[in-house]
Design a protein. Structure first.
Length: 132
C-alpha cells in the first residue's frame, strides 16, 4: 500500500481540488485495477457531502490532463461521508485504470474544510485480476 496524497489534503477547502499527486506509472506494470483508501481526520460534513477522486492520465508520461470542472469525466471514485463528527476511513476497490502514467487529484465536497492536521491521506494499491 502506498500513500499518494497526504499533506496536499490538509485544510483543503470545500469545493477545492488538491494538488495533483506524484505520477503513478502503469505502463510497465500494466495493472488492471486500483484500490483506494481515503483516511480523513475528524470533520462534520454536510448531508450529502462527499470526496471525489479523479484520475489525470498522460499519453506521453509528460503532459497530464488539467484538473478541474472540465475534467469531471476522469472521475474514478466518490466517497460518501457520514454526517457525524468523526474520523473516517473509506475504501473503493477494483477500479479500472489505464495502461498509462497518471496522477490523482481529490476534490473536497464535504461542505467543510478537511482537518488542518496530518490526519488525512489517500492510499492506493494496484493489482491484476488474479493477483494481490
Amino acid at each position: 500500500i502506498s500513500c499518494i496524497l497526504y499533506t496536499e489534503l490538509n485544510g483543503l477547502a470545500t469545493g477545492a481540488y488538491s494538488a495533483a499527486s506524484a505520477s503513478i506509472n502503469n505502463e510497465s506494470g500494466l495493472f488492471q485495477y486500483i484500490n483506494l483508501e481515503m483516511i480523513l481526520g475528524s470533520l462534520t460534513p454536510i448531508t450529502g457531502g462527499f470526496i471525489q477522486v479523479d484520475l489525470d492520465p498522460s499519453l506521453d508520461g509528460v503532459m497530464y490532463v488539467n484538473t478541474g470542472e472540465c475534467n469531471h469525466l476522469n472521475q474514478v471514485a466518490i466517497f460518501g461521508l457520514d454526517t457525524g463528527a468523526a474520523c473516517q476511513t473509506l475504501t473503493r476497490v477494483n477500479l479500472g485504470i489505464p495502461p498509462l502514467a497518471f496522477k490523482i487529484t481529490v476534490r473536497n465536497m464535504a461542505g467543510v474544510a478537511l482537518a488542518a492536521g496530518s490526519l488525512n491521506a489517500l492510499r492506493y494499491r494496484r493489482h491484476n485480476e488474479q493477483g494481490v
